[in-house]
Write a protein that binds this ligand. Structure first.
Ligand code: SF4
Ligand code: MG
Length: 329
């Protein structure tokens, strides 16, 4: 299988009061061409920082990759200069965020922003880029594209802005689209339309999508495979059907149990007690142990190895460490 992206042993830190605080503590996963990989976990698990690390968008922060590699189309992004990365960003790799206002320029008309992106990356002459911009807006379901190009971001609804963001992201046919909670701020109907649109674009262009979300309903609907993150590490990786049918890691089990089911009229949803530990105060051993109802004494002493359960899934938990299972510590 052709890997568009392969993240290996990624560690990202911030510096506070001259102390280095590690937030990502060895993240591993890869994405194939045309695949939608879901990255799930509670807030504070390191999902967004993983995407910012891939894009190397640490502007104005002390964020820094301190270990590991990020191979994109075979080249290690962690070894590239800022100018080399800039050529990749927005062209071969694009990103959409929860709030498009932060990535759209408020003082530029929609058409101008799209055309700038198109001219820069596709090196098209002006008259052609305008035509291309209109086509892109139409492809994301914006009917009045010829009028919208003369409007400013604030004149559009949230759903429309998100469509424009997707059009911008897809204008240059990226190999990888990173979507961080792309529909969280939108109402359910618009959310469904945007997700449908991302699926269609993926099918037409074979774009690989890294979909970051805390919404397991969106995961079930959209993803081929899922990576579950906890406290800056991947704790489970599985095919989407396997993950929901038989979650292995106690944390994944907790996440799935906390999703309300249709017909459920429980007053209080089952959820996982406690909170994600703070990076300054990580427990010894398994980082989930303080919240885990299956914790054993070894869990509080040593970090569990990553156990390969089948060709398509793995899990980092002492419960699955057996003599007859291959262990990749
Ligand atoms: Fe729970 Fe132990 Fe597995 Fe961690 S390693 S998830 S504490 S059983
Ligand atoms: Mg986030």
């Amino acid at each position: 299988p052709e890997h568009v992206l392969r993240v290996s042993d990624l560690e990202t830190s911030f510096t506070r009061d001259k102390r280095e605080i590690k937030i990502l503590r060895g993240v591993n996963f890869s994405i194939r061409k045309g695949e939608i990989l879901g990255l799930v976990g509670e807030s504070g698990s390191g999902k967004s920082l993983t995407s910012l690390s891939i894009m190397q968008l640490f502007h104005g922060t002390t964020g820094k990759i301190v270990n590991g590699s990020i191979h994109f189309n075979g080249h290690d992004l962690t070894k590239m200069s800022e100018s080399e990365i800039r050529k990749i960003r927005g062209k071969q790799m694009a990103m959409i965020f929860q709030e498009p206002m932060t990535s759209l320029n408020p003082v530029l008309k929609i058409g101008k922003q799209l055309m700038e992106a198109i001219e820069m990356h596709l090196k098209l002459p002006k008259n052609e880029s305008k035509h291309h911009a209109i086509q892109m807006l139409k492809s994301v379901g914006i009917g009045r594209a010829e009028e919208i190009i003369y409007e400013y971001p604030h004149q559009l609804s949230g759903g429309m802005r998100q469509r424009v963001m997707i059009a911008m992201a897809m204008a240059c046919h990226p190999n990888l689209l990173i979507a961080d909670e792309p529909t969280t701020a939108l109402d359910v109907t618009i959310q469904a339309q945007i997700l449908e649109l991302m699926k269609k674009l993926k099918e037409e262009n074979e774009t690989a999508i890294l979909l970051i979300t805390h919404d397991l309903g969106v995961v079930a609907e959209m993803c081929d495979r899922v990576v579950v993150m906890y406290a800056g590490q991947v704790v489970e990786e599985a095919d989407v059907f396997e993950l929901f049918a038989s979650p292995k890691h106690p944390y994944t089990k907790g996440l799935i149990a906390s999703v309300p089911k249709i017909g459920d009229n429980k007053e209080v949803l089952e959820s996982i007690n406690g909170q994600v530990p703070s990076p300054q105060n990580m427990p010894n051993g398994c980082k989930f142990a303080p919240r885990c109802n299956q914790a054993m004494s070894i869990c509080h002493q040593e970090s569990p190895p990553t156990v390969k359960i089948s060709a398509t899934r793995q899990c980092s938990c002492w419960l699955y460490v057996k003599k007859d299972v291959e262990v990749n510590a």
